[in-house]
Design a protein around this ligand. Structure first.
Ligand SMILES: NC(=O)c1ccc[n+]([C@@H]2O[C@H](COP(=O)([O-])OP(=O)(O)OC[C@H]3O[C@@H](n4cnc5c(N)ncnc54)[C@H](OP(=O)(O)O)[C@@H]3O)[C@@H](O)[C@H]2O)c1
Length: 247
């Protein structure tokens, strides 16, 4: 049966949402409860990248929300594939954002948590990073690489031959106070988290671009059962839809 279709745009005056409004729109109601939020940008035809990077899909409105989501996170969780593809280099927050976090009672900078099996991660990723980063891996990952990465990051083992997120995420919350986790992708990591039934929220930017065939979707890996999500809000800027969904 059809329910009411809501016209969400045009609905208000352009430019009416300030960064403070965005922080409220994306705020977590209870920060003591562990929560996994996933953020992606996709094209109209479902592509998660253009020429191997998400930058071709993103734009100013998406980057604005991307920054707000980082501001609100205790930890930023990212797969090693994205670290390599997007040339991640630490987590840099300017003075104003660090001050905003301090005033909100948060650590100055969220903790970077990289997920990897092969541990083929350039240690430069962790250079000049203000908070000691974490590498989450499993017991069967290469021991010599675990040792090398332990020089620059805390190496956390969860699972025997693949990362068990049902172990890893509660450990981050209980042992390190990293309860509000923001996953910035990529598709393989999202697929694993979704398959484990751990995703509480999806923040999805729909970019007004048709990317054409060939690109990967935002989710990859073995099939898992579909999950229903409910729309919390939809914002529009320059044809980009900024959607917040909760499970
Ligand atoms: N549109 C967007 O918003 C967005 C966001 C992020 C990324 N991307 C795009 O996505 C592409 C990268 O895709 P991807 O799927 O390779 O990225 P990914 O999910 O970041 O990385 C996959 C890698 O993460 C590790 N990993 C993930 N799940 C694991 C598990 N359960 N156990 C152990 N290790 C696990 C493995 O690392 P090892 O290989 O080191 O073992 C795996 O190869 C790039 O083109 C990037 O631009 C798009």
């Amino acid at each position: 049966m059809w329910r009411a279709v809501r016209l969400i745009h045009p609905a208000g005056a352009p430019g009416e949402v300030s960064d403070a409004d965005l922080a409220e729109l994306y705020a977590m109601t209870d920060r003591s409860r562990p929560r996994l939020r996933v953020n992606f940008v996709a094209s109209l035809d479902g592509a998660a990248e253009v020429d191997g990077r998400s930058g071709g899909l993103s734009g100013a409105p998406d980057m604005r929300v991307f920054k707000v989501l980082r501001n609100l996170a205790d930890a930023v969780l990212v797969g090693a594939g994205t670290v390599r593809a997007e040339s991640y280099r630490g987590l840099s927050l300017g003075a104003a954002r660090r001050e905003w976090r301090r005033a909100a009672g948060l650590a100055e900078v969220p903790t970077l948590v990289v997920v990897s099996s092969a541990l083929d991660i350039d240690t430069d990723v962790f250079a000049d990073i203000p908070v000691r980063p974490i590498v989450v891996t499993h017991a069967a990952s290469p021991a010599d690489r675990q040792e090398k990465l332990a020089e620059v990051a805390d190496v956390v083992l969860a699972g025997a031959s693949t990362v068990d997120f049902a172990v890893a995420l509660p450990a981050l919350a209980a042992e390190r106070g990293l309860r509000q986790v923001l996953c910035e992708g990529g598709p393989a990591l999202f697929g694993s988290l979704q398959a484990a039934g751990l995703v509480d929220e999806l923040c999805l930017t729909l970019a007004p671009i048709v990317a054409g065939p060939g690109a990967s979707r935002i989710s990859a890996g073995p099939p898992s059962p579909p999950t229903d999500f409910a729309l919390v809000h939809a914002l529009e800027d320059s044809g980009m839809l900024l959607l917040r969904y909760q499970r």
